[in-house]
Design a protein around this ligand. Structure first.
Ligand SMILES: Cc1cc2nc3c(=O)[nH]c(=O)nc-3n(C[C@H](O)[C@H](O)[C@H](O)COP(=O)(O)O)c2cc1C
Ligand SMILES: Nc1ncnc2c1ncn2[C@@H]1O[C@H](COP(=O)(O)OP(=O)(O)O)[C@@H](O)[C@H]1O
Length: 254
């Protein structure tokens, strides 16, 4: 049994971008898990079916924590669904929020071109995920569960979720307490945010917002420093290609 992992790096991977076997791809509709994420941990995790006919790499990949980008296709009536591409409202540019004791930053210069936030109904978010047996809970079935680094106003069971997995953070562990597990997951979130906030790790042609905590010691203060990585160099087209799933078959939670 373990305490939170000490002295681990806050950034994973080379600045130029992911290296083989990454990126790895996984997709499906969000299914129910054991209902612990929100209630016990305060960290909701969207589960995807673990099926090696659909995701050939999943059975051989080491259990552990991974990070990358999630593309989520929310139903139009979901409170977090964005306007459609035909009616874009969002333009972005690189900016940060003020740091304590520092003068406010100059207003952002106008963007040279509007950056799309996604396409074909998909919205892109940074994510951190766990693949494995959750030794703290002693699961007997392997699960794949994703914490999207965004505060959603409501659930999205049944929504189509695509994952571009870009790197490995750490092995999964048992813990001496729930607090120790939660502390390590928050640190994983910080590692994902910082690692993705680099041009070589951000999708090209898409504006993405990554909240990075202000301090250097991790923490869960999402959004204290907001980094907008405009137009990275990573090929993210797979994330936003048109959906092949039939709507109306979302298998929503009762
Ligand atoms: C980034 C991340 C790291 C995780 N690391 C571990 C871990 O090291 N050990 C473990 O037992 N569970 C780990 N989990 C899994 C949580 O225990 C799991 O999300 C929780 O059991 C909720 O499951 P549920 O979706 O079935 O409710 C991790 C989850 C996430 C999102
Ligand atoms: N930031 C988020 N990341 C992942 N899922 C979220 C997030 N916010 C809300 N959810 C919703 O919460 C659900 C997961 O909650 P959780 O308590 O872990 O239950 P379950 O065990 O059924 O997965 C997801 O399926 C999704 O609908």
């Amino acid at each position: 049994m373990a305490t939170p992992t000490p002295n681990r790096p806050l950034i994973v991977g080379d600045p130029s971008g992911p290296s083989p076997p990454y990126p790895l791809r996984m997709e499906g509709r969000v299914i129910s898990g054991f209902g612990r994420g929100s209630k016990e941990l305060g960290i909701p995790t969207a589960n995807l079916p673990v099926d090696d006919t659909q995701t050939p790499w999943i059975s051989s990949t080491p259990s552990g924590v991974y990070f990358g980008w999630a593309a989520l296709r929310l139903p139009a009536d979901h409170p977090d669904a964005l306007p459609t591409e035909s009616n874009p409202t969002t333009t972005t540019t690189s900016t940060t929020t003020p740091q304590d004791g520092q003068p406010p930053p100059p207003p952002p210069s106008p963007p040279t071109k509007p950056l799309r936030q996604g396409a074909n109904g998909f919205q892109i978010y940074p994510m951190v995920m766990s693949i494995g047996y959750n030794p703290f809970y002693k699961n007997t079935v392997r699960s794949a569960e994703v914490h999207i680094l965004h505060r959603f106003q409501s659930d999205f069971y049944g929504a189509e979720l695509r994952l571009l997995v870009l790197g490995f953070v750490r092995e999964e562990k048992d813990y001496s307490s729930l607090d120790a597990l939660v502390a390590d997951i928050w640190f994983d979130c910080d590692v994902a945010k910082r690692s993705l906030a680099r041009k070589g790790w951000a999708p090209s042609g898409v504006g993405v917002v990554v909240g990075v905590p202000k301090g250097d010691n991790g923490g869960s203060d999402e959004g204290e420093k907001v980094v907008v990585v405009s137009d990275g160099t990573l090929d993210g087209e797979w994330l936003v290609r048109p959906s092949e799933l039939v709507d109306g078959d979302e298998g929503k939670k009762d």
